[in-house]
Design a protein around this ligand. Sequence first.
Ligand code: ARG
Length: 301
Amino acid sequence: MDHARRIVMSSPDHYEVCYSINPWMKPDEWAADPVAAGRTARAQWSALGDRLRGLGLTVEVVPAAPGLPDMVFPANAAIVLDRRALLARFRCPERQGEEALFLAFFDQLKRRGVLDEVRQLPQGLFQEGAGDCIWDARRQLFWVGYGQRSLAKSVDHVASFFARPVRRLELVTPHFYHLDTCFCVLSGGEILYYPPALSPQSQALVAAEVPAELRIAATAEEAAAFSLNAVNIGRDLVMASPPPRLKAILEARGYHCHGVDLSSYMLSGGAAYCMTLRLDLSSRAAEDNAVAQDCQWTFGT
Ligand code: ARG
């Protein structure tokens, strides 16, 4: 059994912002100087990869393809847990061409013995991967977003494939179109989130599931800085340059924020979490149990 901490990133070689399928995307800004924009994007991508490697992760790189600039966001490609991958179906025609390429990549991971099983969601059952399905190791459940890109009816399929509990969260604003733009699960059991992105019923569901001392509400500015789109490895948090208030809150709770400038990707509506996809998440992971022991909060009582 391979216990390496492993994460996917997609090559930035064909990344650009040339269409607009969410309110953050600014093709005009990119087009003002595409050569410089591409150079900056590649440097930022490398800095993110270096940071993750520095934290002990093995980075698997998916080759890029011309005409599919958003392939650089592999969180949308699949949900992976316990070495089983469920591959996404994209809602926007601009991204549907990614499906076949990610399938080939995941099949290769299976052949290499990194994964045991690779399946695709049924055609037309739109669900955009781990971007809309976030594993909560402490609670042993998935938080699943729907209502913008992913369909509500995809959630049952996800729940039955992984045979894990799910908590459904309805996304109600176009700016927070994937759950990972407004909701971040931390290893100590905290939920860092931007409540206005969720319907009132979904906000109530979070409040019912997560005790008040574990709920951290981000401001609109912090959400717009993509601070919630973060990669959490134990007590380390890798995110786009963190705003000072949030950084102080997280550090007071024992997290170390690693800020990386990801402005080139925020121009497409994404940042650290969605530029990656963890392959090593497992239910009842040893790492999470270790984190649970030194957690300062009483959990699950
Ligand atoms: N431009 C991409 C899109 O709109 C950005 C995706 C970012 N992914 C995410 N999980 N937040 O699809």
